[in-house]
Design a protein around this ligand. Sequence first.
Ligand SMILES: [Zn+2]
Length: 283
Amino acid sequence: MKWRIGEVTVAKIVELEVTGGSRFILPQATPEAIIPIEWLRPDFADERGRLRMSIHALVVETPSRRIVVDTCLGNDKANRRIPTWNNLQTSFLGDLAAAGYGRETIDTVICTHLHVDHVGWNTMLVEDQWVPTFPKARYLMGRIEFTHWISQHEREDMSAVLADSVTPVREAGLVDLVETDHRICDEVNLVPTPGHTPGHVSVRIASLGEEALITGDFMHHPCQIAHPGWSSTADSDPVEARLTRERSLTHLGNTPVLVIGTHFAGRTAGHVVRDGDAYRLAE
Ligand SMILES: [Zn+2]
């Protein structure tokens, strides 16, 4: 799946897609609350009101750069809180190469934040060592985000993630700590969208008068476009997360920006348009 924004292309490389089992992330998204939101079907929910979600990476290719935004869960990882995220053996790297993006050709990796499902393929296991998957890339991590998680390194759910997916690229000298409005190149810059995590960023793409926004996790699922007040249990500051969603949706609803969701399944992208008191994701 691929989109074009002026001279930039964005390609989706899927690691996992699941239907159901996501109530722990969005407790207010009950089947009874989801079924009335008809536009969620079939891409984002099924007939029974179960959410469809995706974990994928987005490859952003500009005239000068080849960027991977968020690196999913990764293979061979252990000590993950969610049992099915342990010891994965997916074809992600092969799929990335088959799409024309060999891992040695990536020059930039952006982590929108440092949660487990956004940093996994930062590294891969080679002879019992975690080595950088993208050896020729600069890995951009938010300075605020990095500092926050390093200070939380004793949290049980983060220590393994930092040890196998963040520290090895840092020790290899590949990490650049950047501000939340950092510009990567003419067409791509970061946008601060805090609340899900303290230093969370989204990725803005603009070229030849066209614009797109890669969400990261300020929205986990398109049902939050209809219900911006629904916070995710993973939001570190639910109030700030809601304010970020409301502010962002107001902006997106008034401008022709292609919204590309980091966990949006199916068609993954669309335009935010007004729908009564709230919004929906149109084509
Ligand atoms: Zn996530």
